[in-house]
Design a protein. Structure first.
Length: 174
């Protein structure tokens, strides 16, 4: 699947989750997408003249993305495309002590395709993962640096987690 289609699917799923219902045969411009409601079904167009459309149900990612993954002694899960994944991740938060979100700085729409790297204070890499807009990780108690890269821009955050202390990190991208 092309990255353009993936980005459109991510944007469409996010908008479907957040956008209120429209009257039938109504069009709403949502950033670079247009949303049209026809007989109760939302369709998303990349631009007004585009032949490519996606319904909200087509924009939901494969549920296997939510299967916990292991990198050394770090367990993590990533996703957040579609309301089923968002609900599953929200329910799983209690099992993870690091919660990372990636979103647009203007408007707050989730942003996927973010590479996350977690390093110890000594600089050892514990995890490198391509992340959906949400990544949850279970780290050993300690201090870490979280690095996120999206569209060629990189940001760093220093965090500390413990058995009963979680860290919440938000990356906002221009």
């Amino acid at each position: 699947m092309s990255s353009i289609r993936t980005a459109l699917m991510l944007t469409a799923a996010t908008l479907a989750f957040a956008a209120p219902a429209l009257a039938d045969d109504t069009t709403q411009t949502l950033g670079t997408l247009q949303r049209t409601e026809i007989n109760g079904n939302s369709r998303y167009y990349a631009d007004p003249g585009s032949a490519a459309t996606y319904t909200a149900s087509q924009a939901v990612a494969d549920p296997s993305v939510l299967q916990p993954q292991q990198s050394g002694n770090v367990t993590f899960v990533t996703g957040g495309v579609g309301d089923e994944e968002i609900a599953a991740l929200e329910a799983a938060k209690k099992d993870y002590n690091l919660h990372i979100t990636s979103a647009s700085a203007s408007g707050g729409a989730f942003k996927g395709n973010t590479q996350i790297t977690i390093r110890t204070k000594k600089g050892d890499t514990l995890l490198t993962a391509d992340s959906g807009p949400i990544l949850l990780a279970k780290l050993p108690a300690g201090s870490y640096t979280v690095e996120a890269t999206n569209d060629g821009k990189t940001e760093h955050r220093n965090i500390t987690v413990g058995r009963s202390k979680s860290a919440h990190v938000h990356f906002g991208w221009q």
